[in-house]
Ligand binder design. Structure first.
Ligand SMILES: [Zn+2]
Ligand SMILES: [Zn+2]
Length: 328
């Protein structure tokens, strides 16, 4: 696509998607993609039926497709099953964890065990920062009873599918899976260390996922030239109204460990992504006016406010649509 046509298309994408609410009608089918990014949950610890916990599915068009899940917040297994049935629920090749805050990992036992129950015959594979192996070892202990009963007595499922292969990777590490390149890099989530972002590349296309961070120079360096940048955001005034804690100092600490729309705009202006997308929206009830207007003070390029099941196909062009439910 010629640059001018691409620019026109992207401003159309931005115009169509600059809304906090999801579109009423599904868009036309997306074109073929090298990478497809689906926001399974765009929320945070707050229980919300419209914004599930943080979890992003990244599919690469390898043959067969490679499916990577970045974080497994509340409802990740529900979303995977709803869009892709048992094949997707049981077919995640790798889980990447950004950090160990509960909102990012609370869906792991569901994904691990229900994925096994629905057909995964190979070990549940994860990579993440220091602490990932201990987290999974404790979960294996916690669910020993279920694994033993379903493996040895009741369903007699293959034991391999209940095994866990959890690897801790240092920051600034590149790992590969089926020709897909994954780079982990450190971000700045205040005292919550380590915290990672990830860059995922395939067939010359790329997506960068910020994880939880405030403004991060390292993220800017790693995100340069990416097609799509999915970034977290906190709307300070809305957070003061909706935060789960009432102590003002505690609310300020939460705000300080995340990225304001103005700062996210600075990141986008430096990175110049093909499309910038907000996910992990704090607080969940924040609406477009809390997010978009302040971003526009520092950034004028393509921008979309994410919603659950927003899917971004990265191919010859970048296309946004809502993934339809395949299973009730
Ligand atoms: Zn979080
Ligand atoms: Zn966090």
């Amino acid at each position: 696509m010629k640059p001018r046509r691409a620019a026109v298309f992207l401003s159309l994408v931005a115009a169509l998607t600059l809304r906090a609410e999801e579109p009423k009608k599904a868009a036309a089918p997306a074109p073929p993609f090298a990478i497809r990014v689906t926001l399974l949950g765009t929320g945070n610890p707050r229980p919300s039926m419209s914004r599930f916990g943080p979890s992003i599915l990244v599919e690469a068009a390898t043959s067969p497709p490679t499916r990577i899940l970045v974080d497994a917040g509340r409802g990740a297994a529900l979303r995977l099953f709803s869009i892709g049935g048992r094949d997707l629920l049981a077919g995640i090749d790798l889980v990447l964890l950004t950090h160990l805050h509960s909102d990012h990992v609370v869906g792991l036992p569901d994904l691990w065990l229900t994925g096994w129950l629905f057909g995964r015959a190979s070990p549940f594979s994860l990579k993440g920062p220091e602490g990932t192996a201990a987290l999974m070892a404790h979960l294996e202990k916690a669910f020993e009873f279920d694994v033993r009963v379903r493996r040895d007595i009741d369903e007699r499922l293959p034991g391999k599918g209940a095994e866990v292969d959890a690897r801790e990777i240092p920051p600034e590490t590149a790992v590969g899976i089926s020709g897909v390149k994954i780079s982990a890099f450190a971000v700045e989530h205040g005292p919550v260390k380590p915290a990672y972002g990830y860059r995922i590349e395939f067939a010359g296309k790329s997506v960068v996922l910020s994880g939880d961070t405030r403004y991060s120079e390292n993220l800017v360096a790693h995100a340069k030239g990416c097609d799509v940048l999915v970034h977290e955001v906190v709307a300070p005034e809305a957070e003061r109204r909706h935060a789960q804690v009432r102590d003002r100092a505690a609310i300020q600490r939460i705000i300080d460990h995340h990225t304001t729309p103005e700062d996210a705009g600075k990141v986008f202006a430096e990175v110049k992504p093909g499309l910038a997308v907000y996910s992990h929206i704090v607080p969940s009830p924040a609406v477009e006016k809390d997010l978009v207007a302040p971003t526009r003070r520092t950034y004028s390029g393509p921008l979309a406010v994410g919603y659950d099941l927003m899917s971004i196909s990265i191919g010859e062009r970048i296309a946004v649509e809502k993934r339809a439910a395949a299973v009730e």
